[in-house]
Design a protein around this ligand. Sequence first.
Ligand code: SF4
Length: 536
Amino acid sequence: LADVRGELDCIVIGYNDREFDTFAREQKPLARASGAYQEVKTNSVLLHGRRLTYMDLMNHGIKLATGTDPRLSVFRTPSLGACYLTSFLRRKGHRAELVNYFSRHETDELKDRLKDGAKSVAITTTYYVDNAPIIELVKFIREHGKGTKIIVGGPHAFNLCNDYDASMQNRVLKSVGADIYVFDSQGEATLSKVVSAVVEDADLSRIPNLIYRVDGEMCRTPREVENNGLDENVIDWSVFDPKLISPTVYMRTARSCPFACSFCNYPTMAGEHVLSSVEVIIRELTDLRERGVKNVVFIDDTFNVPLPRFKKLLREMVARKLDMNWISFFRCSNADDEAFDLMKDSGCLGVFLGIESGDQTILNHMAKFARTDKYKEGITKLKERGIVTWASFIIGFPGENQETVTNTFNFIEDTGPTFFNPQLYYHDQRSPIHLQAEKFGIKGGGYSWTHNSMGWRDAATWVEKMFKDVKSSIPLTLYGFSIWSFPYLISQGISMDKIRAFGEVARDMITAGFPDAPVDLSAHEARLAAVFAPRA
Ligand code: SF4
């Protein structure tokens, strides 16, 4: 294990697991004007005056049953972005280390690393939707680091830089309080140059893609879009403690997405769709297996596209007897019987299905290039092979009306995916559908919108109805839980049966709290404890 001690060039921080209740309280005053708080309500349970996420609730249930809080968090699984950056920096000769997990209950690792000395800290922003977790980290680093430069990059930072003009950027970035911001959707090559400059105390002005602070003023360098190869930069897992990466890691085998769903801005942001070669993926999987990894979560948005490559990869996994479990996003309209069989044989535990709507007209508006009958067939074939399905739906997309949303409701009942996630539509004004704002009569943005046939309040009522009334599937929402957490939970001794049973109780607790007023949930808590009671 090549653990670097002494003064570091860079500490890469994975995730700040901020208290969800704090976030919920910040959102509550906006409840009348936007559906953001509605999403808070469907992602958490109001219990003893605090909003708990699904994972908090699971911890609470285990504590009730055993007397011990296991502090489970899916963010303990190594952050892929942070692992990638640490490996990238090491390969460039930097003394870099990863601090994967930070929370207000667990600050020692970062504190100790900062005490040993670090020229810089890189904060990745993959999972953040607001600035608060970054600001919290910046304050902590200022308090415990001695002159450590703070660098912020990743998707949230990229969006902040992209969305605002220079003067707004200055205000927002100053309020975040870091020293240097990397403005690129990839950014690893830029980060490496910045770390070199910080170590050598050199000028930053020659490094592209930066916004940085000098004497309180923000300076900018020209944009130079990065294009880093996937195969050449595959993660060197040997730089990490085997205890950190075993038994579950995230992996990517592609960048960007070949589709152009009209609600999604990702392909525009991420650029050309690029694939790793099957040979490199198999080499990486074999290496991970030798390091004790048993579960892989592929984070590619369209893992089974193109289909021939998907099948070739699965055939290799079977032939080499890798004996790993895996989970991925999956387009079930893009598979054949051989693919479904190979998925089963190669260890597929479950898939995330971005179905989005059970109504064909809405799918067409979304430019999903998918048919509801193919979706139905796909879900059936996955279920026949014992593969867990988690289907996601957007409620309230432009064109949505009572009839189309009823079709989605019926689609979920008819197909019965193991879990489903009904999400309130979020109108991203950078997404392709915004070009049709006039046609659909779209007004507003984010979670505060109306269009010709629905508004966010009606859509929110439908989301609640789905939570309450769908009988053939269990609603689970994404915040800090999702299908990605299943391998982690299973490795912690929580079986799929327990996850299902937990989901049933969580649904009843969440729906009981929809009026957003304290309710007596003691009977529900007893059910929750029973789910996690140790077997006699
Ligand atoms: S929603 Fe998924 S499949 Fe559609 S464009 Fe975005 S990333 Fe691609």
